[in-house]
Design a protein around this ligand. Structure first.
Ligand SMILES: Nc1nc2c(ncn2[C@@H]2O[C@H](COP(=O)(O)OP(=O)(O)OP(=O)(O)O)[C@@H](O)[C@H]2O)c(=O)[nH]1
Ligand SMILES: [Zn+2]
Length: 354
């Protein structure tokens, strides 16, 4: 047993470093890159990084398309940072907040030569820190001491491993008496919960719901989505059946985090739909990983479910995670004037069943 941090611990540190604006070091064999999140970079750190080499900003192809920048690497673009721009310019590359009022002035020059592997890993890492998916990258520089170091392979989320922490009795207004189980991921990420209602048998299909956290819908009763009514209807259905399991996955905003979801809402106020807003921010429509739902179910001893959902991706991802979805049970509640367009967009663009 050693006291020095292992790969998962360094991954967790790297995310925390990037969130506070500290650069981290990525390596691939003898190649190294210093990377910083575009969203948290300040002028002092930009100056220090510039002194070490020519910085580029790695953006996803989604964001590059909005900026009309060339994505020579297919899934991403490497934009050369001009000598006379400040950290504000880099933030504006990443953040679409002012795209319409103060459009970025081009032409932007994209790098073409060399490998983009370190840049791709940099985007993956800042995204996993729930920051905007854009990173400042300086390759080939002498690497200062004291920064967190990760190899590219170590930035790949390994098969999520969740450990049970505690379970306790919970009487609920909508679902009767149940048990709330808390699970903690080994990589230091956010905890996820499972609400067990009644005493579901382990050798028969259980009525199950994979609910993704929605602070606005679940807690504030937002009318922009259907999450709150779906949560309550799922609990009520489980109470009516006498048993069920509701997984409450902390994947706020389809996996982009609350800050980015609110950025998406602000773009929706400018007229973009839910999918276009994610794309302008540089994200895919849905960044969730439902493998963890499958893992939680397996850990709790369930192998067969009747899944309450209108989302075919949840069914296929659970099945590829080794859970037998014997039936899809539709869950259509909470339609309002405010969310009708949102639900129609999910049906038209994201494959949801109406
Ligand atoms: N990025 C983004 N996320 C949103 C938006 N509106 C709601 N969400 C998030 O979307 C997720 C909705 O989750 P689910 O209820 O599991 O939805 P679903 O994929 O439609 O599947 P089913 O409800 O099972 O049919 C939650 O994490 C919400 O926070 C939005 O406009 N943008
Ligand atoms: Zn919601």
């Amino acid at each position: 047993m050693t006291l020095s941090p292992g790969p998962l611990e360094r991954l967790n540190r790297a995310r925390a470093d990037l969130r506070v604006g500290l650069p981290v070091v990525l390596t691939e064999g003898a190649q190294t890159a210093l990377i910083a999140a575009a969203e948290t970079l300040d002028d002092t750190r930009l100056g220090a990084l510039r002194a070490l080499g020519q910085p580029v900003v790695a953006l996803t192809e989604r964001r590059a398309a909005t900026l009309k920048a060339r994505a020579y690497d297919g899934d991403l673009a490497r934009i050369l940072v001009p000598a006379d721009v400040d950290a504000r310019w880099i933030e504006a590359l990443a953040d679409p907040a002012e795209d319409l009022t103060h459009p970025m002035k081009g032409p932007m020059q994209s790098q073409r030569e060399g490998s983009a592997d370190l840049h791709r890993a940099a985007i993956r890492l800042v995204k996993s820190a729930q920051l905007l998916p854009a990173a400042l990258v300086v390759t080939g520089a002498a690497v200062p001491e004291g920064l967190t170091r990760l190899s590219i392979a170590e930035t790949q989320a390994p098969e999520t491993r969740l450990d049970p922490v505690i379970a306790a009795r919970l009487p609920m207004r909508l679902a009767g008496v149940g048990r709330l189980h808390v699970f903690r991921p080994q990589d230091g990420g956010t905890e996820h919960y499972a609400v067990e209602i009644g005493k579901p048998l382990r050798d028969a299909p259980v009525l199950a719901r994979l609910h993704s956290a929605c602070f606005t819908g679940d807690v504030l009763g937002s009318l922009k989505c259907d999450c709150g009514p779906q949560l309550h209807a799922a609990l009520a259905a489980m109470q009516a059946q006498g048993a069920g399991v509701l997984l409450y996955l902390n994947q706020e905003g389809r996996g982009i985090g609350l800050a980015n979801k609110m950025r998406a809402y602000s773009l929706q106020d400018q007229g973009f739909d839910t999918v276009e807003a994610n794309h302008r921010l540089g994200f895919e429509d849905d960044e969730r990983d439902f493998r963890l739902g499958a893992e939680l179910l397996r850990k709790m001893g369930f192998s067969q479910v009747r899944l309450l959902t209108n989302n075919p991706r949840k069914v296929s991802m659970l099945e590829s995670g080794g859970i037998d979805v014997v039936e899809r049970v539709p869950l259509k509640v909470g339609l309002t004037d405010e969310n009708a367009a949102y639900l129609a967009t999910k049906a038209a663009k994201s494959g949801h069943l109406l």
